[in-house]
Write a protein that binds this ligand. Structure first.
Ligand code: PGA
Length: 260
């Protein structure tokens, strides 16, 4: 056997044991996709699938269909959330998660960091876990400005919450150039950025909170690249758009992260 084959076997074994130990968060961001019947069909598939105990699965459909999730997933470990809301007290639907600061809200609806920070605050006050999306444009990646952009977003967006409140926040790093484009950040780029963000969080909010804020990666994640991306250090899970619309792809990605 060639040394390259031996190295590959060892690497695969290590990978499998890492995946058996680490738990991941898989969040499906559906945007405006799927009709009522398509959602029912999807839920019928996933509700009967055993996702195991390790990974957490959260699906974020368009809000008019949340009631289907409430009905169908009542006894399931699969959770669900909302894609958007207005930062006022009344009207929170009974779900646990909300995506905040997605680049499509920032770029298409011109939502700024000041508004995003109000949403984060409203989430915490209403016991909803915010999934705060941050990310840079392609030019900012190319000219090396991206780290400053990411840090500025986190500082401003989290400026209205402090102390223990921060321990309920999830952050998703989503480079804008990789969203819906089919172009994924390379595992090296993801690792470098996630390590940078993890160090920043520790410096800014202390060891305890900084180490525990989950850091997801999002941007063209799919069954064919999720394994490599999951091996990047400091990746706690994924925010997945297109590929999460297919129940079988979601199951496949969860299986891969389960080391199956
Ligand atoms: P994508 O979307 O996986 O289709 O790139 C990710 C997102 O918009 O959160």
């Amino acid at each position: 056997m060639d040394i390259k084959d031996i190295k590959k076997i060892v690497r695969d074994e290590i990978t499998e044991s890492i995946f058996q130990l680490q738990d991941f968060l898989l969040v499906g961001n559906w945007k405006m996709n799927k009709t009522k019947q398509e959602i029912i069909d999807f839920l019928n598939v996933i509700v009967n699938h055993d996702f195991g105990e390790k990974n957490s699965i959260i699906v974020i459909p368009s809000s008019p269909y949340l009631y289907l999730f409430e009905e169908k997933l009542r006894y399931s470990k699969i959770q669900y959330g909302v894609q958007n809301f207005y930062p006022k007290d009344e009207g929170a639907f009974g779900c646990k998660y909300a995506i905040v600061g997605h680049s499509e809200r920032r770029n298409i609806f011109f939502e700024c960091d000041a508004f995003t920070s109000k949403k984060i605050k409203a989430c915490i006050e209403n016991k909803i876990i915010p999934i705060l999306c941050i990310g840079e444009h392609l030019e900012q990646r190319k000219n090396g400005e991206y780290k400053k952009i990411l840090v500025d977003q986190i500082r401003e967006d989290l400026s209205k919450v402090s102390g223990d409140e921060l321990s309920t926040v999830i952050i998703a790093y989503e480079p804008i150039w990789a969203i819906g484009t089919g172009e994924t950040a390379s595992p090296e780029q993801v690792e470098e950025t996630h390590i940078f963000l993890r160090n920043f969080l520790i410096e800014e909010y202390g060891n305890e909170i900084g180490n525990n804020i989950p850091l997801l990666y999002g941007g063209s994640v799919k069954p064919s690249n999720i394994k490599e991306l999951a091996l990047a250090q400091s990746v706690s899970g994924f925010l997945i758009g297109g590929a999460s619309l297919d129940a079988q792809a979601l199951i496949e990605m969860s299986n891969i992260l389960d080391g199956k």
